[in-house]
Design a protein around this ligand. Structure first.
Ligand SMILES: [Zn+2]
Length: 238
């Protein structure tokens, strides 16, 4: 096998590698992946919303608890002063007790208003939480479907990848290992094809034209020398 023929064989390996990188690009940009990420993001956003609502409801419930405890104190005070009022004789004392009772009743009444408002808020929040819970369930099932769709297409890509790799291994097995190493070394340093055909005066890797002088130099290369593109440095199959 002469060197030039060898380079020609590398074109087949390059073809496999080009297919593999196209496949990797396709796999990285699957619309199914975007849809899955979108569905998961939506669920997370709804869960955050749910957690905020639950937090608000907890805070309101805690305040209701505090108000009820305070109301018990006020009730006890009102009962105590009312009892005392029955036994006092001095009008000034009676007046003072009456004043205390009125104060406690007024605070009690304000607390009742606040409690009613809070209970209404809690009911409202609980309603929103119920609706949101259903919405989260719906979106979770969307995530399930999106996961299945993504996995199906990703598996197809995987099968395709294995086919190309098997094909590539079969080709590589028939090539001189030194030549394969040269190809791999060149490929490691670039993203464009490491070996390409010279099509007329154009390198098929960088798509630039070679000058007459450059083309002349390629023709003078010995049979054991590898032609390289003077523009992009890839191996050229002349
Ligand atoms: Zn080139």
């Amino acid at each position: 096998m002469t060197a030039v023929t060898g380079l020609g064989v590398l074109l087949e390996v390059q073809n496999c590698d080009t297919q593999l990188s196209q496949l990797a690009h396709r796999l990285a940009h699957l619309v199914e992946r975007d849809l899955l990420v979108e569905a998961k993001t939506k669920v997370l956003a709804l869960q955050k919303q749910m957690s905020d609502l639950q937090q608000q409801a907890e805070t309101a419930k805690a305040e209701v608890g505090a108000i009820e405890a305070l109301n018990k104190k006020h009730d006890a005070m009102i009962a105590k002063y009312s009892q005392q009022l029955k036994t006092v004789i001095a009008p000034r004392e009676a007046e003072a007790l009456q004043h205390e009772i009125e104060m406690a009743q007024s605070e009690r009444s304000q607390n009742d208003d606040r409690e009613l408002a809070l209970l209404e808020t809690i009911e409202n929040l609980d309603g929103q939480i119920t609706v949101l819970r259903l919405e989260i369930e719906r979106h979770k099932s969307s995530v399930g479907e999106a996961t299945k769709a993504f996995e199906a297409v990703a598996n197809l890509c995987q099968v395709e990848k294995q086919n190309i790799e098997t094909n590539r291994a079969g080709i590589v097995a028939k090539i001189d290992t030194k030549l394969v190493r040269l190809y791999e070394a060149k490929r490691a340093k670039r993203t464009t094809p490491a070996v390409a055909r010279l099509n007329g005066t154009k390198c098929q890797s960088c798509h630039l034209d070679l000058s007459v002088v450059e083309l002349g130099a390629l023709k003078k290369l010995g049979a054991d020398e590898f032609a390289e593109c003077p523009n992009c440095d890839c191996y050229l199959v002349v």
